[in-house]
Write a protein that binds this ligand. Sequence first.
Ligand code: NAP
Length: 347
Amino acid sequence: MILVTGGTGLVGSHLLFELASKGYNIRALKRESSNTELIQRLFSWYDKEKGKELFNRIEWVIGDVLDIVSLQEAFQGVETVYHCAAVVSFMPDDRQIMMKANVDGTANIVNVALTNDIKKFCHCSSVAALGSPQKGNLIEESLVWKTSSTNSWYAISKYGAEREVWRASEEGLPVVIVNPTVVIGPGDPARSSAQLYQSVKNGMKFYTSGVTGFVDARDVAAMMVLLTESDIINRRFILNSEDLSYKELFTLFAKYSGVKPPKYRAGRFLSEMAWRMEKARSFMTGQKPLLSKETARNANIKRYFSNEKIKKALNVQFRPIEEAAENTSLFFGKYPVYLSPDFRMPS
Ligand SMILES: NC(=O)c1ccc[n+]([C@@H]2O[C@H](COP(=O)([O-])OP(=O)(O)OC[C@H]3O[C@@H](n4cnc5c(N)ncnc54)[C@H](OP(=O)(O)O)[C@@H]3O)[C@@H](O)[C@H]2O)c1
């Protein structure tokens, strides 16, 4: 039996589809409040004929990475674990819960995995956990984390989570870690990287000058499974298809969804103004800010990633990001209801 955490998220839902398509018995942890409606649609999107049947084969169990008792129950009879649950946020209000869910939650998961003699543990980390290199250097798996004021709280939480996984590997847990760049695919547009598409579709006018890596959610899922099926243990792998500027990504989204791409460049000065204005607006209206200091600053940084290690280890190729952008746009073209500003996923 395989246990997946974070199965209701962007990465986890694609992973569930990959595992279900390969015929595995899967148990997926979900919270009482989690919603699986979009995931059902996603299964049918990827397999019109068998999607529903594949989805119905998943055994959903209620649990929370911060509730050890629920984890003990979820681990019964499990041999393999994929840990994708995390809070992905750059908003100051989410810091506390993010540190708790990502670091303490991962510590709980690996501790329960150790006591349950798990045969293979695949951890979904992030390139954020690698830290920032010297300017202009290509980011590789060997990069050593350095404390720096440019590290976001999300990065710190993912670094803390990865440390827990490495600690467990020292204690005997066979682990493999993936460090995806920004994941592109259909997912809840109100959270994680799925928000990028929503912004373009809503007619965003500005783009920033940053460059980063992007990877298709289907590739992340497929490579997580291949790594877990392999004999590879105690290594980490960057999952990255291409390094693109945000402008290039937004132009691809715009091309496939029939909207105009953002036209004006928001340099550092404008970005600094924008996050401050959002902070003030949020303070006055009580609404969540649409932009934080961390998002604004990150969006102007240029980062480049190597994907040589995974390509050599598995002999795989990545889908071009144009395919990921097309897939995402076509999915939301078919199910525009998820993009409505008033739409809230029912729980
Ligand atoms: N998206 C990216 O660009 C990207 C890039 C690199 C790495 N990653 C990593 O990939 C993983 C998945 O990210 P994602 O993009 O799929 O995020 P997502 O769409 O926001 O999904 C997060 C998942 O974590 C679950 N979760 C959050 N807190 C939990 C808790 N306390 N207990 C149990 N489950 C909890 C959520 O469940 P609910 O449905 O109940 O909220 C959801 O299933 C994360 O580890 C993230 O750091 C993501």
